[in-house]
Design a protein around this ligand. Structure first.
Ligand SMILES: NC(=O)C1=CN([C@@H]2O[C@H](COP(=O)(O)OP(=O)(O)OC[C@H]3O[C@@H](n4cnc5c(N)ncnc54)[C@H](O)[C@@H]3O)[C@@H](O)[C@H]2O)C=CC1
Ligand SMILES: O=C(CO)COP(=O)(O)O
Length: 338
């Protein structure tokens, strides 16, 4: 019997993951809180606001009632923006408690929750599966939805403390263009995924200001160094940061013109205001909220994160980007490693 998978969030990534799973033979339902989008998906099999020029398989059914969407699902995949994941998870948790439903819980979003500084597997554990938190999984890696939509080669990782859950999900997602590895370092995978969006904002800003390739390589490399410093302070495996959810995702997000974070940074670099950029994008720019969470975490834990600090000050304290760059470049000299 086909695996039944409920996908919560019908933005660009939720939609394309739905297609991958549908092509692989799973029974896929997708939930959106927007009834207009549900209607478009079911009647026209398109999702024009989020994925242009794409037609969905007629076997993917969309729902605006979350309880119907998750009914009997073997797996529930969260792909809503980070900052709304808790509210959606709370609804799911309440339904599962009432009905006694059991399912593998997975997310594919990339961010840190503001104020709590929780990673999303922590949010899901708190809201849905406090007694079963090791079975929660995360799918992450360099994976622009636009490339996956045209079946371009994509490699990702599924991380879970539960090897059985990770291997089951690996099999569900794998095909000849979408290759999935497993990893047991949930902390490292989630921190790498969340914080690379801050680096992508910075890379876009450098581009918008006309900086060259050396500057972009420097930002990505030193960005990875500070992500690793924060991640290992939480117990992440340092090797995770040279993997798909670390350097891999920095490379794609900090260079791809499809990246929402890169595009947002580029527009900031060209002189637009943050509110203008957010309004024009009409899709989530995860790095904006995560920059604040990561900056506050770095302060709380006494971890030096100059790039995150500079970007935080540009986004939230009106520091000019050129002044932020000058500050970062003229700090005292440091040893590269350590
Ligand atoms: N787009 C991409 O290529 C990739 C995105 N991701 C991650 O996936 C997550 C989702 O990203 P996208 O699909 O790109 O975002 P998006 O902006 O395209 O779509 C977000 C979806 O969430 C829904 N939504 C917004 N507010 C909501 C609320 N309050 N309650 C319920 N649903 C709400 C929207 O209606 C929309 O369907 C993000 O964390 C992103 O970092 C990860 C890998 C690739
Ligand atoms: O995470 C992504 C690719 O791996 C997508 O990044 P954006 O949200 O910046 O488009």
């Amino acid at each position: 019997m086909a695996e039944k998978i409920a996908i919560l969030g019908a933005g660009s990534w939720g939609s394309i993951l739905a297609s991958v799973l549908d092509e692989n033979g799973s029974e896929v339902r997708i939930w959106s809180y927007n009834p207009e989008q549900v209607k478009e998906l079911n009647e026209k099999h398109t999702n024009k606001r989020y994925v242009k020029d794409y037609t969905y398989s007629e076997s993917i059914v969309a729902y605006s009632d979350i309880e119907i969407a998750i009914e009997d699902a073997d797996d529930i995949l969260f792909v809503v923006p980070t900052q709304v994941t808790r509210s959606v998870a709370r609804q799911v948790g309440e339904i599962m408690k009432r009905t006694g439903q059991k399912a593998t819980i997975l997310h594919a979003s990339k961010g840190i929750e503001e104020k709590t500084y929780d990673r999303l597997s922590q949010v899901l554990a708190e809201e849905i599966a406090p007694e079963n938190r090791d079975a929660i999984a995360v799918l992450s890696g360099p994976s622009q939805a636009e490339d996956v939509a045209r079946h371009d080669i994509t490699l990702v990782t599924v991380a879970s403390e539960n090897q059985h859950a990770a291997e089951k999900l690996q099999k569900l997602f794998m095909n000849n263009y979408f290759r999935v590895y497993t990893n047991d370092d949930v902390i490292g995978v989630e921190i790498g995924a969340a914080l690379k969006n801050i680096i992508a904002l910075g890379a876009g800003a450098l581009h918008g200001l006309g900086y060259g390739d050396n500057a972009k390589a420097a930002l990505m490399t030193r960005g990875l160094a500070e992500i690793s410093r924060l991640g290992t302070s939480f117990g992440a495996n340092p090797l995770t940061f040279i993997g798909l959810s670390g350097v891999g995702d920095i490379i794609v997000t900090a260079t791809s013109t499809n990246s929402r974070n890169w595009r947002a940074g580029n527009e900031l670099g060209q002189g637009k205001s943050l509110s203008e950029v957010v309004e024009n994008m009409g899709m989530v720019i995860e790095g904006v909220a995560t920059a604040r969470a990561a900056y506050e975490l770095s302060q709380e834990r006494g971890i030096e994160m100059p790039i995150t600090t500079a970007i935080y000050k540009v986004l939230y304290e009106n520091l000019e980007i050129r002044d932020a760059i000058r500050w970062a470049m003229t700090r005292d000299g440091k040893a590269e490693i350590g």
